[in-house]
Design a protein around this ligand. Structure first.
Ligand SMILES: [Zn+2]
Length: 117
């Protein structure tokens, strides 16, 4: 019985590690800001719009359009997780539909595709 739980937890950990590795790999090509800056502009350095604000609160969805209704993803709406990826929704109607049948809608969300025109 305990072994069962342990196996489950182990698989969960492996999944988390893979997700973490994938995220790290994706961030790597971004890691080349202007290293040699002429000593003129120091005021521009202050605000970097797309710098990650120390994680956690709201992970960025992998999609930008809602696969069910085709609307743009609304960052203020709650997200869902499918196959370890965060997906976002464009309206309040879609999360319940997604939760009712994740395997129908999930792949389209991951492809950032719209199911119905
Ligand atoms: Zn929607």
């Amino acid at each position: 019985m305990t072994r069962h739980l342990f196996t489950f937890f182990g698989m969960f950990l492996v999944g988390a590690l893979i997700a973490l590795a994938a995220r790290t790999a994706r961030h790597q090509p971004h890691a080349e800001p202007s290293a040699a800056h002429p000593s003129g502009a120091h005021s521009q350095h202050a605000t970097t719009p797309s710098a990650q604000p120390s994680v956690a609160a709201a992970p960025t969805p992998v999609n930008t359009v809602c696969a069910i209704c085709g609307m743009k993803v609304d960052p203020s709406l709650p997200t869902a997780t499918y196959q370890g990826k965060t997906i976002g929704f464009g309206c309040r109607m879609c999360p319940p539909k997604f939760k009712a049948d994740p395997d129908k809608y999930g792949p389209a969300y991951l492809r950032n595709a719209v199911l119905k025109p």
